[in-house]
Design a protein around this ligand. Structure first.
Ligand SMILES: [Zn+2]
Ligand SMILES: [Zn+2]
Length: 195
């Protein structure tokens, strides 16, 4: 499994890979709008650079997909862009111009939260994720969605879901998908895409 800290894969804005393999830009969405096409403004993961424009130039018949994509573009969420190459837009702004739907993935969590979630992916909790004061010797059941959160009762699971796990569950699954692309990043001859 890859790590978000793996600087051979996850690049900051302006950096480029040295060895010709695949790479991935990571940024956090600071604003989003949809005028003709979906557009987000991002800062890179360390917030060294802000005001990076990411715009999707999709075919007209992908209008519905574009709207669905835009629904995910919430401020504070993290965007991963595969093989991101800097682009200068006509209005003088710069960032990344995307031509399809599989180059970028938007994960519903901030970058700093993803660093925490990554830790959980590597070593899932051994106590009830709802932080209840229940019997700690009781056997725990994993959330079937993320397989990270664990619960000692259905009550705790329902409560935790309502109190935010709904969003985190998606984030765990998305993050795992990204981090499990290790082989794909290693093979520069094969195309790389999110599904
Ligand atoms: Zn519990
Ligand atoms: Zn879950």
């Amino acid at each position: 499994m890859l790590s978000l800290k793996d600087s051979a894969v996850f690049f900051q804005a302006g950096d480029f890979p040295m060895d010709g393999g695949h790479w991935c830009f990571v940024g956090e969405i600071t604003s989003a709008d949809f005028f003709i096409r979906p557009r987000v403004i991002v800062s890179d993961a360390k917030s060294d650079q802000t005001g990076i424009v990411v715009m999707w130039y999709l075919d007209r018949d992908l209008r519905r997909e574009a709207e669905k994509l835009f629904d995910q573009c919430e401020v504070g969420h993290t965007i991963f862009i595969l093989d991101a190459a800097p682009h200068g837009f006509l209005d003088g702004t710069s960032g990344y111009r995307l031509e399809g739907l599989t180059e970028a993935k938007i994960v519903p969590a901030s970058y700093s939260k993803l660093l925490k979630l990554e830790k959980d992916l590597r070593s899932p909790s051994t106590t009830c994720s709802n932080n209840c004061t229940g019997d700690s010797t009781k056997s725990l059941r994993k959330c079937s969605g993320c397989k990270v959160a664990t619960y000692d009762s259905e009550v705790c699971q329902a409560e935790h879901w309502k109190n935010g796990h709904k969003m985190d569950c998606r984030a765990y699954q998305d993050l795992r998908q990204v981090l499990e692309m290790e082989d794909k990043f290693e093979n520069p001859r094969e195309a790389i895409a999110f599904h």
